[in-house]
Write a protein of this length. Sequence first.
Length: 134
Amino acid sequence: MRSPAFILAPLIIFSTFVGYFGGGPLSAVAMTVGIFLPAFGFSLLLHDRLGKVVENRVLHSFLEGVAAGVVGLIAATTVELAVTLVQRLPSLPAGLLVFVVALAVLYMWKSKMNVVLAVLGAGFLGWLLFGVLR
């Protein structure tokens, strides 16, 4: 079985973004707390039983299904956000350019700072393409 750790950081970033996109800074904080609180709560309250849960095949299978459902929800939300974004973009080719450049940076450059720099760079490119050079 592969570890789901690769999805943790993007999930938190994405949920914070969705909260901000949906309701502003307070919603972003609420979404972030909503992501962290259950994990910390379960770990603090059930740390002695957590090993038994992982070893239990029925619970393990259930949690695998829950994880698959969460990934499905993330995918559906991504598609919905993409459709909304495409409708609001002043220029689809320029938006795709920003997307492809950011994706290439994330894929080709492995660093702890690549996400931060990709977001800042995408913001800068958006500012240039949709603001200054428009």
